[in-house]
Ligand binder design. Structure first.
Ligand SMILES: [Zn+2]
Length: 161
């Protein structure tokens, strides 16, 4: 996302007095990702629930292993200009599944202080591929639960009473 577009968007949020649920700095990370999960592209503007609860800031390189680049642990650090490069907007599902997966093995030094955008792209791509593989495994179990729920609960699940 073009930086000028992000700044323009932020200015419009401010002058229109909308988007106040989140502090402006959050919208920088949101806008950079165009309000989509950077891994699975889930649209965080698709519903109120998605916008209000179905996202996290993922540390692309896990804080536990990259102590210098790990990214701001506390929100306040973001305001001081600490890099946002290690932050990815992620849906709760991707963030939870990714956990402490390390996409930087072999390409990022544990002592790195910053991420360039090209490396960031590669790390996100690696994470996305890893998540896709994990989901293939989980899908079978999920479909088993779906089938069983349909068998046992049938249409009762869908009625209000
Ligand atoms: Zn996702």
């Amino acid at each position: 996302m073009d930086d000028r577009k992000i700044i323009n968007f932020q200015n419009k949020l401010r002058t229109s007095k909308i988007g106040y649920w989140y502090q402006p700095v959050y919208h920088i990370v949101f806008a950079r990702a165009e309000y989509r999960c950077e891994y699975c592209h889930f649209d965080l503007l698709s519903s109120l629930s998605a916008y209000h609860g179905f996202w996290n800031f993922d540390h692309i390189l896990p804080r536990s292993r990259y102590t210098k680049i790990g990214g701001p642990q506390k929100y306040g650090y973001m305001q001081t200009g600490t890099n946002y490069a290690n932050f990815a907007l992620a849906c709760v599902s991707c963030n939870g599944l990714k956990s402490d997966f390390d996409p930087g093995v072999g390409i990022v030094s544990k002592d790195s202080l910053d991420l360039d955008l090209e490396t960031r792209k590669i790390l996100i791509e690696r994470s996305r591929n890893w998540l896709n593989d994990r989901r293939k495994v989980l899908l079978q179990d999920f479909q088993g639960v779906q089938r069983l729920a349909a068998e046992v609960f049938g249409n009762e699940r869908f009625s209000d009473s």
